[in-house]
Design a protein around this ligand. Structure first.
Ligand code: IMP
Length: 218
């Protein structure tokens, strides 16, 4: 992967994601920068097989497939939640735990069952982090990678209906509410365009992307 070029992203960019929750957050995070995000789903692009062994590899697979199929720069977020007591699971398989119906109630139930089986009931035994690996790929083959993480605990009860995926059971450090109880603005962070102001893994990755490749229109 080449990290040399410093390219400004503007105009139309394809989002390689087919996940509506992620797409909404990516659109929110790009809104101030004059970038129009069209989704791979809207363009009818196929979903490539994600057979990488790291978030960054899967993000690159999706971004390269989307830029090649569309001829536009493509942005891909590969993400997931890694739970210490489960040896990092569900990790790369965070989406798979929800099954083909993409229903996160059973995925959340499975997390709770697996933690209970290991006797992980106290908050300090329920440490976890979200990861977001963001890759931009251009049609000429250039790629850039930005990563963000947020650390916290898996709560005993699911709380809140905001966000998506595992948000109702993830309470970031320093907060007493889960991502599911936070609105988007709070989940991204009060001023996510500065390193200290970004909260979610995705906002942290976008903060690095913005610093390298985005400018607010004058
Ligand atoms: P991907 O589309 O293969 O990257 O799957 C990412 C999966 O990780 C999603 O389907 C969610 O289950 C989970 N995930 C990633 N980011 C978040 C988040 O911000 N909140 C809750 N769940 C997330």
């Amino acid at each position: 992967m080449t990290m040399s070029g410093h390219r400004l992203l503007s105009g139309k960019v394809v989002s390689a994601t087919h996940n509506q929750g992620k797409l909404r957050e990516m659109r929110e995070l790009l809104a101030p920068y004059g970038v129009e995000l069209v989704s791979a789903g809207e363009l009818g692009l196929p979903e490539p097989v994600e057979d990488g062994t790291m978030f960054s590899e899967n993000a690159a697979i999706k971004a390269v497939a989307a830029t090649q199929a569309s001829g536009l720069p493509a942005l891909s977020d590969d993400s997931g939640v890694c739970i210490d007591a489960l040896d990092g699971a569900p990790g790369l398989f965070s989406a798979n735990w929800a099954g083909p119906g993409k229903d996160f109630a059973p995925a959340i139930a499975r997390v709770q069952i697996e933690l209970a089986k290991r006797g992980a009931l106290k908050p300090e035994q329920r440490r976890a982090h979200f990861v977001s690996a963001l890759v931009i790929a251009w049609p000429d083959g250039h790629q850039e990678l930005f990563e963000g993480r947020v650390f916290g605990t898996i709560t005993e009860q699911a709380r809140g209906a905001s966000g998506f995926g595992y948000d109702p059971i993830f309470q970031p450090d320093g907060h007493d509410r889960t991502f599911g109880e936070m609105g988007s603005e709070e989940k991204h962070g009060s001023d996510w365009s500065h390193p200290a102001g970004a909260l979610s893994h995705r906002a942290r990755a976008f903060q690095a992307l913005a610093a390298a490749c985005l400018r607010k229109p004058a």
